[in-house]
Every structure is written in C-alpha cells, then in structure tokens.
Design a protein around this ligand. Structure first.
Ligand SMILES: NC(=O)c1ccc[n+]([C@@H]2O[C@H](COP(=O)([O-])OP(=O)(O)OC[C@H]3O[C@@H](n4cnc5c(N)ncnc54)[C@H](O)[C@@H]3O)[C@@H](O)[C@H]2O)c1
Length: 255
C-alpha cells in the first residue's frame, strides 16, 4: 500500500516551487489533495498535471480567514476528512536593512507567514480531530533558526512559527495531532531568485555564490529534497514525532 493511501492533505502555497514538489510526491504516494494558492494559473497547471481524481484546487489568500475556512471545508466536502496540513505558503518580503524596512512590507510578511499559518492550523485542527488525528507540517526556514542581514521581517516570521508549532504540538497531542516545522536552507525556487536579486541588484549570481559558501554541502537544495522530509513527517512513519524542528539544509545550520 502506498505511504499516504487513504490520507487527505491540504497543501498551501501549492503552486510554488516547494509546494509543487510536495503535491507531486504526495499524489504519487496515494494521497488525495486540496491544492491551495493565490496563484490561479499556477494551481490550474499543477492540477492538470496531477489529475482530477487525485486533487481539487482552491484559489485562496491564506492571510484571509474566510479563504482559509473555505479551503479547509473543501477537504471535508470533497473527501470527507483531513489527515495532513502542509502549511507552506509564504512570501520573502524585501531585502532591506531593518532601519529602512517599510512598516507595510513588514506587516504583509507577518500577515501571510505568521497570521496565515496560524489561521490554517486554527481551521484544520478541529477537522483533523474529527478525523481521528493528523499531521501538520509548517514550512519555516533556516531563517527560523538564525538571522540574515536584510531579512528581518522574513526571519522574524519564520522564528514565530516555531513558537506556534510548539503550542499546537502540545495542544494537539491529546487529539492525535502532530505538529512539526521544516527548516530548508536556500532551495532552487523563484523565492531565492528574488532574494538574490534583492541582496545584490543586478548581480544575483554573485549573491547565489555567496549563499553557497555558507552551505557546507556547497549548493542549494532542491524542492524534491524538502518534499521528502515533508513526506516522512506527514506519514505514519513519524508517528511519535511532534514538536520538532527538521533541518533540510546541507549542514547550513550546523555551523
Ligand atoms: N526557496 C527557499 O529557499 C526557501 C527556503 C526556506 C523556506 N522556504 C519557504 O518555503 C515555502 C515555499 O516557498 P517556495 O520556495 O516554494 O517559494 P515560491 O515563491 O515558489 O512559492 C510560494 C507560494 O506561496 C504562494 N503564496 C504566497 N502568499 C500567499 C497567500 N497569501 N495565500 C496563498 N498562497 C500564497 C505563492 O503564490 C507561491 O505559489 C515558503 O514558506 C518559504 O518561505 C523557502
């Protein structure tokens, strides 16, 4: 039997680089998926690749409570239960020194990366409880473990979800709900292209080379390498893992 047979998973930020890798892998492992993103076109392309019997799509802004409720209810309407939440949608914000960081830009990052994740857990946990338990995986970041110049909003948000994960893991334990964070280093997606360009306008490849020197493995990770850790945490193979932080970073956080 496939690792995620009979499981229903919501994946937020599904149209992005890491989200697509998670969705593709989870579908291959037998899960039924609710794909959630604000990017309608990206969602439609992904859903066409995965196939209508394995997934449903929901265009939603995860910082909006009504949208989050709608996405969560779709899991029950379509498949009758919810076993897995991959709370993965996120934005990088700007690369700007803290003292010059626009307040509105800070608020936007917090609204998607913290409030959005909090809303997604708040909506999913009661549904999971009625389904007999489940697994929640929040995509934090290496920036949830250490600081980076210019990324004060992003790093603040990615640290904040560790606190959220810990509270939810404690509250969820009695209901069979496990909650963990994953902490990728730079990964080959659109987001790193934006951060490289923000760090060194017009010299993104030099910024990438500089990031790579900070990663003992000497390279960025791939979305598939992040998805593999997500699969372990989502599946019953990690049944006693909750409240934990999982690095996927080529030893970047070891130094
Ligand atoms: N790429 C990296 O290097 C890296 C490293 C560590 C952590 N992460 C985290 O991984 C997650 C996925 O990032 P990615 O690299 O795939 O980036 P990405 O930009 O390719 O994907 C992010 C996705 O989230 C969606 N999204 C953004 N705001 C949303 C909102 N309000 N409502 C619904 N959807 C929204 C975007 O449309 C996009 O499809 C993010 O949380 C990111 O912070 C990425």
């Amino acid at each position: 039997m496939a690792q995620l047979s009979n499981k229903v998973a919501i994946i937020t930020g599904a149209a992005g680089g890491i989200g697509q890798a998670i969705a593709t892998l989870f579908a291959r492992k037998g899960a039924k998926l609710i794909l959630v993103d604000r990017d309608e076109k990206g969602l439609a392309e992904l859903a066409a690749k995965i196939g209508p019997h394995e997934c449903s799509s929901c265009v939603a802004d995860m910082s909006n409570p009504e949208d989050v409720e709608r996405a969560t209810k779709l899991a029950v309407a379509q498949y009758g239960r919810l076993d897995i939440l991959m709370s993965n949608a996120g934005i990088e914000g700007q690369v700007t020194p803290l003292t010059e960081y626009p307040i509105e830009a800070f608020d936007r990052v917090m609204s998607v990366n913290v409030r959005g994740v909090w809303l997604s857990l708040r909506a999913a946990m009661p549904v999971m409880q009625r389904s007999g338990g489940g697994s929640i995986v929040i995509t934090s970041s290496i920036a949830g473990l250490r600081g980076f110049a210019g990324l004060s909003a992003y790093a603040t948000s990615k640290h904040a979800v560790v606190g959220l994960m810990r509270c939810a893991a404690i509250e969820g334990a009695a209901h069979g709900i496990r909650v963990n964070t994953i902490h990728p280093s730079p990964i080959e997606t659109r987001m790193m292209r934006a951060i490289e360009e923000g760090a060194a306008p017009g010299a993104a490849s030099a910024a990438k080379a500089d990031f790579c020197t900070q990663i003992p493995a000497g390279r960025y990770g791939t979305p598939e390498e992040v998805a593999a850790v997500g699969l372990f945490l989502a599946s019953d193979e990690s049944v006693f893992c909750s409240g934990g932080l999982y690095s996927v970073d080529g030893a970047m956080s070891a130094g």
